[in-house]
Design a protein around this ligand. Structure first.
Ligand SMILES: [Zn+2]
Length: 90
């Protein structure tokens, strides 16, 4: 196994990231040896990319509608709705 120069999206560790197979769509998957989680650098589905959930909440809080947010960020309307609902949960 080859150690790669990729940053973990969960713990921001750089020391021990290993390649862990490929996704169905052919993107390389990585595994962090510190927090034992797997992730990809690029995703086919935009909603999985880091930071997109924060962007959804920012847009909705600033008065953008559900459909408008979904169209602008190229995610599904249901993704926008579920992200808002998860945020509203106490
Ligand atoms: Zn990690």
């Amino acid at each position: 196994m080859k150690i790669m120069d990729v940053i973990c999206r969960y713990c921001q560790g750089v020391q021990q990231i290993r390649r862990q197979g490929v996704s169905k769509s052919g993107h390389q998957r990585y595994r962090c040896e510190q927090c034992h989680r797997t992730f990809q650098v690029a995703y086919s589905n935009k909603a999985y990319e880091p930071g997109i959930k924060d962007q959804i909440l920012d847009m909705v809080i600033n008065g953008s509608g559900i459909r408008n947010t979904a169209r602008a960020l190229k995610v599904n309307m249901n993704t926008v709705m579920s992200t808002i609902k998860k945020k509203l949960k106490p």
